[in-house]
Design a protein around this ligand. Structure first.
Ligand SMILES: CC(C)(COP(=O)(O)OP(=O)(O)OC[C@H]1O[C@@H](n2cnc3c(N)ncnc32)[C@H](O)[C@@H]1OP(=O)(O)O)[C@@H](O)C(=O)NCCC(=O)NCCS
Length: 127
């Protein structure tokens, strides 16, 4: 899952989530960090998901959904707010199933293909 490595991984507020199989092999990863959405000038705080990926032999078995739920829970217990990502078009259904929505128009990302912004508003846990 080297394609899921980013400079922002080392940001002090980046939190990394993973799912492991029964042998301890990491089969799914996602990172969330504080980053305002570039596409909403009026929102100065936000949370960005990066590096969401499941090993090919584990896709479609619920690992991604479980990791994404953990990301949502982390944002909720950290004050909530706007959570967003640049989603591959092939992953739009996956994020929509979790309650996220697309906004704006898709664009072509060099090498990795078409993407679109997706987002959801997470309430502060207990509010
Ligand atoms: C997108 C991605 C992270 C999803 O991870 P995943 O572990 O396959 O996610 P899940 O298994 O929770 O859900 C995937 C699909 O399997 C289905 N599914 C989940 N559990 C299932 C089960 N037990 N039985 C059958 N289907 C199941 C889900 O309904 C979902 O369908 P959908 O894509 O139509 O919403 C993964 O496909 C991936 O790594 N893709 C390549 C990289 C990528 O696109 N990353 C996202 C970048 S923005």
């Amino acid at each position: 899952m080297d394609e899921a490595r980013y400079t922002a991984d080392r940001s002090p507020d980046a939190v990394h989530f993973c799912a492991e199989d029964e042998t301890g092999r990491v089969v799914c990863v996602a990172t969330v960090l504080r980053e305002a959405p570039q596409w909403r000038a009026d929102v100065t705080k936000g949370w960005r998901i990066r590096g969401m990926a499941t090993a090919s032999d584990w896709r479609g078995r619920g690992a991604g959904s479980a990791v994404l739920r953990a990301v949502f829970a982390h944002v909720g217990t950290s004050g909530g707010g706007l959570l967003w990502c640049n989603a591959r078009l092939g992953a739009v259904n996956f994020y929509e199933r979790a309650g996220m929505a697309t906004t704006g128009e898709p664009w072509e990302e060099p090498v990795i293909g078409p993407h679109i912004v997706m987002f959801t508003n997470i309430l502060e846990a207990g509010s």
